[in-house]
Design a binder for this molecule. Structure first.
Ligand SMILES: Nc1ncnc2c1ncn2[C@@H]1O[C@H](COP(=O)(O)OP(=O)(O)OP(=O)(O)O)[C@@H](O)[C@H]1O
Ligand SMILES: [Mg+2]
Length: 239
């Protein structure tokens, strides 16, 4: 059977910060309901790739979403199509409450109260702890709880595809596993996900496909089923 049209497709995507060319003609795609990992060492360009998709950096090349070219300098327009980024460092508003952070995620909501509550119920089902902590100041929560809030806030925007930048950063292994398990649930519900991770073995447990970035280029497309050992993964990294 032929592959369906990718939901997201970047072609010749490049990005620069002044003189630094951080992303060099990257081709990547995500199919419907797929979880795709983007791996690579520090400075490889992983965050830049997500920022480039969102139109947050100056880019060359194209990004198509459901077959239509995305605007390149209008992040609000990109997000309003349901392409939602959970940034590195989570980007939650520390002085605000959990409830207020969730509200911010739904700022474009037009479906009224019923729709708001439907989305919030989905978030609470996934992260019951957020429901218990609604009035807590977000900045006073643990790292894992803050990551849950960041994902919860993204879900309040009713994403059609979720871009996650190192959700495991700074978390204890047990918390990390818990968060990744939630991502698996979301993906099994049909949500396409791009998961940027430095911790390759974790990401490969979830991903159907993975791209390896190095110095701004995709240097390998990895089928997680074919990566049998850490040694093999290391070969990809240091090839
Ligand atoms: N705002 C910026 N100004 C200048 N250079 C930048 C900026 N942001 C990133 N870079 C450079 O672009 C390159 C790619 O950075 P990027 O943050 O995308 O890497 P990364 O793979 O996400 O790394 P990490 O795993 O450390 O998060 C690096 O060389 C970095 O120094
Ligand atoms: Mg990064």
């Amino acid at each position: 059977m032929a592959n369906p049209e990718p939901i997201l497709k970047a072609t010749g995507l490049s990005a620069r910060y002044g003189h630094v060319e951080a992303l060099k003609s990257v081709d990547m795609h995500v199919e419907e309901a797929e979880l795709v990992a983007v791996l690579g060492p520090n400075g490889a360009g992983k965050s830049t790739l997500l920022r480039a998709i969102m139109g947050l950096v100056e880019t060359g090349g194209t990004v198509h979403f459901r077959g239509k070219a995305l605007p390149r300098h209008d992040t609000v327009a990109v997000a309003s199509q349901g392409i939602i980024l959970v940034p590195e460092g989570r980007g939650i508003f520390g002085p605000m409450s959990v409830a207020e952070n969730l509200q911010l995620g739904a700022y474009r909501l037009q479906g009224g109260k019923g729709e708001y509550e439907r989305r919030q119920a989905r978030v609470f089902e996934l992260f019951p702890r957020l429901k218990e902590r609604l009035s807590q100041v977000a900045g006073s929560m643990s790292g894992g709880e803050q990551q849950m809030l960041a994902i919860g806030r993204a879900l309040m925007a009713d994403p059609k595809i979720l871009l996650l930048d190192e959700p495991s950063l700074g978390l204890a292994p047990r918390v990390m596993t818990e968060i990744l398990e939630k991502l698996r649930v979301l993906n099994e519900q049909g949500l396409p996900i791009v998961l940027v991770e430095q911790k390759a073995p974790l990401a490969l447990k979830l991903a159907r496909r993975a791209y390896l970035l190095s110095l701004g280029r995709i240097v390998a497309a990895i089928d997680p089923r074919e990566v049998q050992s850490h040694d093999e993964l290391a070969r990809y990294y240091f090839a």
